[in-house]
Design a protein around this ligand. Structure first.
Ligand code: ADP
Ligand code: MG
Length: 253
């Protein structure tokens, strides 16, 4: 299975969908997958060092030929699932052009086009869609930073108006995503760790120590807040990530 995540806009949640949703999806299924970041500017793969999701970066370069070569190298391992997280702006243009010229799009099973709200994200998503649709592969949109389940239609009004029958997945805006960076693993893994209990117990002991050490310490409060987010991650996994996985099952067949 090979999935490409693209939107020309930076900050559209490409890396978030790649790691938190697609990476976790393959991990959940026990499928050997690698998340490859084709981005010479951002290096998100350095952050999640305690995760079981395997990540790497690939050189993009300045020319279509450079990108074509990189893609050909990466597509060689046919038995491995790939998540291709494509950097914004010029990188997206080069990658989509290289994909077309090498005809490697035949090997891509699905395109995911993320947005994180705002008109500019939508305009870029639409422009990206206009190019990607020519490859005649399944396309799924990713709506991120959703402020609330009742607000999604309002927040993404332009999207729902333009793409009435499109497949989409969404992520609500959540502290669990930020905590994930801090704990260097995915929200999915944090939720599993929290359910298993060990992580909560460790934090609880630390908090008890801090609180007992005197007046309500700042540090104790901070730790208690982290515990709240750890507990939230269980809900996030159940209510937000699991439905994403179900939709991916449906689209990917
Ligand atoms: N659902 C969410 N909740 C909280 N933060 C989010 C969410 N989605 C994205 N972000 C944050 O928004 C920023 C941009 O997202 P990122 O995935 O890095 O975008 P891109 O890869 O398209 O540039 C990151 O700091 C990320 O953590
Ligand atoms: Mg990124």
């Amino acid at each position: 299975m090979k999935i490409m995540v693209v939107n020309t806009k930076g900050g559209a949640s490409k890396s978030t969908f790649s790691f938190q949703v697609l990476g976790a999806y393959f991990l959940d299924k026990g499928i050997d997958a690698e998340l490859v970041e084709l981005d010479d500017e951002n290096k998100d793969s350095d952050i999640f060092t305690d995760s079981k999701i395997s990540t790497s970066t690939a050189f993009v370069g300045q020319s279509m030929d450079d990108v074509a070569h990189t893609l050909q190298e990466r597509f060689k391992e046919t038995n491995k699932s790939l998540i291709l997280d494509i950097g914004g702006n010029k990188t997206t243009t080069l990658v989509l052009e290289a994909l077309k010229r090498t005809r490697l799009y035949h090997l891509v099973d699905c395109f995911l086009i993320p947005m994180s709200g705002g008109s500019q994200d939508f305009i870029n998503a639409k422009n990206t869609y206009e190019i990607v649709k020519n490859f005649e592969k399944p396309i799924i949109f990713g709506l991120s930073r959703v402020r609330g389940l009742n607000e999604i239609r309002f927040q993404y009004m332009e999207f729902f108006r333009e793409f009435q029958n499109a497949e989409y997945i969404f992520l609500t805006d959540s502290n669990t995503i930020d905590l994930s960076r801090m704990l260097k693993k995915s929200v999915y893994e944090i939720a599993k760790d929290t359910i298993a209990g060990g992580l909560l117990k460790d934090y609880d002991q630390l908090i008890a120590k801090e609180y007992k050490s005197g007046e309500m310490s700042e540090k104790g409060n901070e730790l208690a807040y982290i515990v709240r987010i750890l507990e939230d991650s269980i809900e996030y996994q159940k209510n937000i990530l699991a439905p994403c996985f179900e939709k991916l099952d449906k689209v990917l067949g």
